[in-house]
Ligand binder design. Structure first.
Ligand code: MG
Length: 152
């Protein structure tokens, strides 16, 4: 068994969808990114790659390549799962953002990730918290996600 860790941060800007776990969350801002900017899926992807010491998604999906422009992060995570050959035991993750409240969206986010990875929703934990108004996340200028994954 091996453990992996991943994290990601993106600026929040107007005119972009807020993507989390492959779900679009209704909000007036979204992640500024070359791909769709889904911080949660990027953190989970890096955690899986980390568990196999396979580098990070920036190496596999460069953000200066036309092939990754607006790429759905669901496709990135699925590619990482296949490339790594990882059998996922469980994922735990935390999203840090000031707004909007995510409690009502978390079941759909967990199901989206579980369905994509063909695992049980009980193997996917997603938590959300604020930054208590501190720093750029607290000011609503950025969103962060962190994830750990156990694989065998
Ligand atoms: Mg990212």
């Amino acid at each position: 068994m091996r453990v992996g860790f991943g994290n990601d941060i993106h600026r929040l800007v107007e005119g972009r969808p807020l993507m989390l776990g492959g779900i679009e969350i209704p909000f007036d801002k979204g992640e500024d990114a070359h791909s769709d900017g889904d911080v949660l899926l990027h953190a989970i992807s890096d955690a899986i790659l980390g568990a196999k010491a396979m580098g990070d998604i920036g190496q596999l999906f460069p953000d200066d390549s036309p092939h990754t422009k607006d790429m759905p992060s669901l496709a990135i995570l699925k590619s990482v799962q296949i490339l790594s050959g990882a059998r996922i035991i469980n994922i735990d993750s935390t999203i840090t953002l000031e707004k909007p409240k995510l409690a009502n969206h978390i079941p759909a986010i967990r199901k989206s990730i579980a369905d994509l990875l063909e695992i049980n929703i009980k193997q996917v934990s997603v938590k959300a918290k604020t930054a208590e108004g501190l720093g750029p996340i607290g000011e609503g200028k950025a969103i962060k996600a962190e994830a750990v994954v156990l694989i065998e």
